[in-house]
Design a protein around this ligand. Structure first.
Ligand SMILES: *Cc1c(COP(=O)(O)O)cnc(C)c1O
Length: 449
């Protein structure tokens, strides 16, 4: 059985200075401690409490801009559709909407969030293997840019729903290119064994079928091979080459192909990974799909939002085990599940200025949830962290708050947006009253105490 404990690494962990050097949004101030942009994180933790998510608007803008510029510099006609499942905070979506971003959504809830944040329906793509009738109808009524279909069954369903409400659905076909993105098994999506997309060999016939259906306007092809891709461009190149080949064949048969959706998946350095740059991704797209001369779309989530967020937590107590030091935090796997779910490594920095320079010794950092998997890291070099000490988990802006739960009846953490020297709570901490509020007691069980 797999160990529930985080992965063992064969390189030394980056130290505090190395973590800071790679993250321009964070700085260590001699008096105020750790800053996000111009705001001391201690100030936010004191005012809002912990655990709390804090996002940097400047970082979201900077990273969105870097991707857009890399695509433009490669000479691509490209649009960026932020994957809302990475971070569906309305404030985060609004910051990106103002930059011109579209969205990639996978549920009615995300579609509503993107629209509520001001992202035009004409810039929204609906992805996912199991869209309901209701979701398809809503997407069409909103006037969505495109639906990415993932199966023959779904193509028929989309046509039926569209015809029933008098619409024609713009549909791209998501291809399963059967390539290995060389990422964690739980976030690999481009292998034939994964549930995603249409087998490459079936795609041309299905595309022709789409063109014959009354409720569908075929738009093009889509591919998304996985997430947190850090091991070079080979997977991307292989996938895009297959898309190019197929698109060429479809065009050759006289079928309409308007644009190509390149998916997301670009990785970020959590520990010491060296992921491909936006320029490398743009170059791979240009080299493989460029000759077709079609507009392309990108659906990044993690790359834009991951480094833009931290999770603040307080030390509840330090427990001296027989030969280990446990730092028990008020944040847990229900808040940030990535270490438990994907063996993920997150940088952990203390917020107070003195703790950023104090002597270090190994510690296991854990949450209070009743699972051994509620372990953020083992043997991490950290200073003495007395009760009340504050820490930040780095790179928690993607697949952080969106994956959190209320396991152990723990309310959802607050969310905060920092914008230069300003900051605001964008989602107050869930109250205990709210946590119980939507439950209904069957009347035959009585009123209770
Ligand atoms: C999750 C997902 C993305 C975003 O993935 P990242 O790794 O966050 O960039 C893009 N497209 C689809 C279809 C997805 O499922």
């Amino acid at each position: 059985m797999a160990s529930p404990l985080p992965a063992v690494h064969d390189t030394p962990d980056p130290d505090f200075a190395e973590l800071l050097a790679r993250r321009p949004q964070l700085k260590a101030h001699a008096l105020d401690g750790l800053l996000m942009d111009e705001v001391p994180l201690v100030q936010i933790a004191r005012a809002v409490g912990t655990p709390s998510w804090v996002y940097s608007a400047a970082t979201l803008r900077r990273r969105y801009g870097a991707l857009r510029d890399a695509l433009a510099e490669a000479g691509l006609d490209a649009s960026i559709h932020f994957a809302a499942k990475a971070n569906d905070s309305l404030a985060v979506l609004r910051v990106l909407a103002a930059e011109g971003a579209g969205a990639d959504v996978v549920s009615e809830g995300e579609l509503r969030a993107a629209r509520a944040a001001g992202i035009p329906a004409g810039r929204i793509v609906f992805s996912g293997v199991g869209k309901s009738h209701r979701e398809i109808a809503l997407a069409l009524e909103e006037g969505i840019l495109q639906i990415n279909a993932e199966s023959a069954e779904e193509v028929e369903r989309i046509s039926e729903v569209a015809s029933a409400i008098g619409r024609v659905a713009p549909v791209s076909l998501r291809i399963n290119p059967d390539v290995d993105a060389r990422t964690h098994a739980k976030i690999s999506t481009g292998l034939a064994e994964n549930k995603f997309g249409i087998a490459y060999t079936d795609a041309a016939a299905l595309y022709a079928r789409m063109a014959s259906l009354p409720g569908i306007r075929p738009i093009g092809l889509a591919v998304h091979i996985g997430s947190q891709i850090t091991e070079g461009m080979a997977g991307y190149r292989a996938a895009y080459s297959r898309v190019a080949e197929l698109a060429q064949a479809l065009i050759g048969r006289g079928l309409p192909v308007e644009r190509l959706d390149c998916g997301g998946g670009l990785g970020i350095p959590y520990r010491d990974e060296v992921p491909p740059s936006p320029a490398a991704l743009a170059g791979a797209i240009k080299a493989t799909l460029g000759p077709l001369g079609l507009p392309v779309m990108l659906e990044p989530g993690r790359w834009i939002a991951g480094p833009a967020g931290v999770l603040l937590a307080s030390v509840v107590l330090q427990k001296r085990g027989q030969n280990r030091r446990f730092v028990v935090l008020d944040a847990a796997m229900n808040d940030l599940v990535r270490p438990a779910m994907y063996d993920a490594w997150h940088g952990i920095l203390p917020l107070a200025p003195d703790l950023l320079h104090a002597p270090l010794s190994p510690a296991d950092v854990v949450g209070p949830v009743c699972e051994s998997g509620d372990t953020f890291t083992r043997g991490r070099a950290l200073p003495d962290l007395p009760p009340g000490a504050l820490v930040a988990f780095l790179d928690a802006g993607a697949y952080g708050a969106t994956m959190s739960s209320t396991y152990n009846a723990r309310p959802l953490a607050a969310e905060v947006l920092v914008d230069g020297h300003r900051w605001a709570v964008t989602r107050p901490r869930q109250t205990h009253e709210a946590l119980l509020a939507n439950q209904v007691m069957p009347e035959w069980l009585g009123a209770g105490a």
